[in-house]
Design a protein around this ligand. Structure first.
Ligand code: ATP
Length: 360
């Protein structure tokens, strides 16, 4: 059985439904992320796991036990909030000991448990330091150590990195991945940052309007978005409206009006005449002044460079297709001494493998 099972949970505030029939399970040792835009219900779901809110209906089963009515302090979970909120006037050891003191744990046991946790997060040499004498990454370790000292089964993290600048945030993300691996505890992590979710998680539940829009490993969420919402919310994605015009045994053809026919992976239950959207990531598109036309599994369209955005490592080329639709493409600037391949108004050809796009 999974460590955590959320079964058909609903939470309303007045007549507004913040969490709408959510079911999912989290395995022991997993780094599981709830990802979604502001207001999608992810924090409300996390607060129900912590026990700060009660579901109106549905069940939350933790370690085989239904936690309905169990108050926060009696649940085997701990919440880590934004900025970590360490006590500045206490040493690292005192910060970590604080929850045990509150629970009146006898002093010998307290010392022993603090020492164990310090060892787990590799902070033993820093026990007598104050938070301001530590780096951001070390402070994060102290906060997690303080959360672990009560031996929770589940650590809930509510946007802990959201107040940091981009560079520090990346360092802390790497630190967090390593820390989770080392201590092996199950994380349920809330963020609205898709890059962070892709980088950190074993699995992601993308939420929209109180519901789970898609739940999968990061690679599938990114490359196989199941809906326009997920395609659009996670990274950059081109969305080309089209109609299925032919169906083969593993592929089908989609007509993009005014541009041409794109071959793509067969959609189960596809029918000729069905309308939908071809989703295509910018980096999947090849771009050249003229591309070889003899490759059978590639889609070829013509276009004109509309905009170039030089970003250092890559250049984004926005291409206007023959029907006036703009498509974003991306080329790495890996050739030495060459910053840009094309300029505004250059005529170009676009190509991609039939399985690079997905029709939804
Ligand atoms: P954010 O990233 O902005 O925190 P979120 O996805 O975590 O967004 P929630 O905090 O779960 O969203 O809120 C979901 C919806 O429920 C929001 O529209 C919010 O205004 C509403 N909501 C949350 N808590 C309450 C409350 N106590 N009373 C009334 N409405 C609430």
């Amino acid at each position: 059985m999974a460590l955590l099972e959320i079964r058909d949970v609903v939470k309303q505030f007045g007549d507004f439904t913040a969490v709408n029939h959510v079911s999912l399970s989290v395995e022991a040792g997993e780094f599981f992320t709830l990802l979604g835009p502001s207001g999608c219900g992810k924090t409300t779901l996390l607060r129900m796991l912590a026990g700060f809110e009660q579901p109106d209906s549905g069940e939350i089963i933790l370690d085989g036990v239904n936690v309905a009515g169990v108050p926060p302090e009696k649940r085997p979970v701990h919440t880590v909030f934004q900025n970590y909120a360490l006590f500045p006037h206490m040493t690292v050891a005192q910060n970590i000991a604080f929850p045990l003191k509150m629970a009146n744990v006898p002093s010998e046991e307290l010392k022993q448990r603090v020492a164990e946790v310090l060892e787990d997060v590799q902070l033993t040499p820093f026990a007598q330091r104050f938070p301001h004498e530590m780096s951001g990454g070390q402070r994060q370790r102290v906060a997690i150590a303080r959360a672990l000292v009560n031996r929770p089964r589940l650590l809930l993290l509510d946007e802990p990195l959201s107040a940091l600048d981009a560079k520090l945030r990346e360092e802390m993300q790497i630190e967090l991945i390593n820390l989770q691996k080392e201590v092996g505890i199950t994380f349920v992590y809330v963020t609205h940052d898709q890059g962070e979710a892709l980088a950190l998680s074993h699995r992601i539940a993308v939420m929209n309007k109180g519901q789970v829009a898609q739940l999968d490993v990061p690679e599938v969420i990114y490359s196989h978005p199941k809906s326009r919402f997920v395609a659009d919310f996670i990274g950059q994605c081109n969305l080309l409206d089209g109609t299925i015009v032919a169906i083969g045994h593993d592929r089908m053809q989609v007509e993009i009006a005014g541009v041409g026919i794109a071959e793509t992976l067969l959609l189960p239950d596809a029918t000729v005449g069905q309308k939908g959207t071809l989703t295509l990531r910018p980096e999947k598109i090849k771009l050249a002044a003229s591309l070889p036309l003899d490759v059978t599994d590639e889609v070829h369209f013509k276009g004109k460079v509309h905009d170039c955005l030089y970003l250092g490592d890559v250049t984004i080329y926005v291409i206007e297709l023959e029907n006036g639709i703009l498509v974003e493409t991306m080329l790495p600037n890996s050739a030495p001494g060459r910053a840009k391949f094309f300029d505004d108004n250059d005529l170009v050809e676009l190509a991609w493998r039939y399985d690079a796009g997905h029709f939804i």
